[in-house]
Design a protein. Sequence first.
Length: 273
Amino acid sequence: MVGEFEAADDSLTVGYIRQIRLEDPNEAPKARVKAAPRKLVHRSAARILAQRSRWRPLALIALASVLVAACSSPPSHPAASSRPAGHSSQPAATQPAGSASASSSASASPSPSSSGHVKPTPQHSSSSAGATGLVPNLAGDALAPARSALFTAGFHTYSWLYGCYGSPNIGEVVQQDPAAGARVALSTRVHMDLQADNCPTPVPNVIGMDQAGAVSTLEQAGFQVHWEYECLGSSDIGAVITQSPSPGTSYPRGDTVDIYLQANNCSSTAPPV
């Protein structure tokens, strides 16, 4: 029997039925299959690749949309700041922070108007608002130990001012407000007045002193000293004959006072014999 038969499905992609020979009616038909041409196979593969390439751009576009939506959504829990407000103005536990001006160092040369202040430490509890403490005695202390004593006593707000108070203790606290021993709120600002080192001071009288004694007296008064030996017509060899500025003149501390002493190698006229 020879005839045309249609396949039950489309699974035969590599060949087609050309002829069926039926010799015995009781025997199942046998199909003689002829291989399909190469062109047919290549066309089928090309069709599959075309279908895949058609959906690939759509899949990439969908994936890009999901990523853009995920990146643009705001975070649900923003990170909190690790430093509380006002932290930079809080002094350190061992050495409190102070003003950045040149007057904050006791070893420097502060002018009479040099001043500074420290902002209060933020209070985070309502119970500390009414706390009180005793103001320490700061008289005679330099700026650094005075600030440390205030911080230890619980006073984190203070100010200072260098001025001319007539004290020989340069750079030390002369007076304070509130007074030492007063019980006040810890939030009270404590003010300190310190002796400046360039205030006008009367120049001591060193005329008649030797070189060592004159230099020591002037340096203790806060002056620098320049001396010279000259022929000044005096019989007091090695003694101070004159000084500049004159004794009693108000002169800024730290400036130089010149003294002139009688030399011992000056020529003299021989008396007549």
